[in-house]
Design a protein around this ligand. Structure first.
Ligand SMILES: [Zn+2]
Length: 218
C-alpha cells in the first residue's frame, strides 16, 4: 500500500487541526522510509516476482521496518522523544496522534500484504492478503485515500484558489499513478523501487506542506 497510508493522515488532521498534516505525511510512512533505507543499505531483502499480483515485491526479509513489535516501538519512542519538548508537553494529544499515525501504517499493511509481516524478529509472519485480489486492493486503497482527502478538505473549509488546484491535481495524479502499479509492470529492480518510493514521500510531503499553508481556515 502506498497512497492508502495517507488516508489516516488526512482523517487525523480532520479530527484535530492542531496536528500538522506534513508531519502526519511523514509519520504514516515511517516503516516504508525505514524499509527503503534498509533495502538500499543491504540490511533488509526483497525480490521481484512478476507472478505476484498487485505488487511484484516478494518481501522476504524485513524484520526491522515492518515487524509488528518494532513498528509499535517506533511509535512509542517517537512519542517519548516528542514529549521531551515543551510544545508537545502542552499538547500531548498532538504527540499521540503522530504516534498513532506511525502504527496505522502497520495496520493497513496487515490488511493488504501477503503473510510477510513478522510479529517479532523474522518470525510469525502474518498478512490478510488483499493484494491477492488486485481489483479490490486498488479499490480499497483508493477509497481510503479519497475519503481521507475529502474529509480533510471539508474540515479545513477548502483552500485558496491555486492551492485547491495543486491539492486536487496531486490527489488525482497520485491516485492514477498508484492504481497502475503492479500487474504488467516490470520494475528495474528492488533498489529503484526503494529510491522512487523515498522520492515520492519527499515530494508528497512538500506538496502537502504548501497546500496546508494555504488552507482557507488555518
Ligand atoms: Zn509498508
Amino acid at each position: 500500500m502506498l497512497i492508502g497510508h495517507y488516508g489516516p493522515a488526512f482523517i487525523i488532521k480532520a479530527i484535530d487541526k492542531k496536528v500538522p498534516l506534513w508531519a502526519l505525511f511523514i509519520a504514516v510512512q515511517v516503516p516504508d522510509i525505514i524499509w527503503g533505507t534498509l533495502i538500499l543499505g543491504g540490511v533488509e531483502r526483497a525480490n521481484i516476482n512478476n507472478d505476484l499480483t498487485s505488487n511484484p515485491l516478494d518481501l522476504s526479509y524485513m524484520p526491522y521496518s515492518h515487524g509488528m513489535v518494532s513498528t509499535l516501538l517506533y511509535s512509542l519512542v517517537i512519542v517519548g522523544i516528542l514529549l521531551l519538548f515543551p510544545y508537545f508537553r502542552r499538547h500531548r494529544d498532538v504527540a499521540w496522534w503522530l504516534g498513532a499515525a506511525i502504527f496505522s501504517h502497520w495496520i493497513l499493511d496487515f490488511l493488504s500484504h501477503r503473510p510477510d509481516l513478522p510479529i517479532w524478529g523474522d518470525s510469525m509472519k502474518i498478512g490478510l492478503g488483499l493484494w491477492n485480489y488486485p481489483v479490490w486492493a486498488v479499490a480499497v486503497e483508493v477509497a481510503i485515500y479519497l475519503i481521507g482527502a475529502i474529509c480533510y478538505s471539508i474540515a479545513v473549509g477548502g483552500f485558496k484558489r491555486w492551492a485547491a488546484w495543486l491539492f486536487w491535481c496531486f490527489i488525482v495524479v497520485s491516485t492514477i499513478g498508484s492504481s497502475f502499479r503492479g500487474d504488467g509492470m516490470t520494475p528495474a529492480g528492488v533498489e529503484s523501487i526503494a529510491i522512487s518510493a523515498l522520492v515520492f514521500y519527499i515530494f508528497a510531503t512538500v506538496v502537502i506542506y504548501i497546500v496546508e499553508k494555504n488552507e482557507r481556515k488555518p
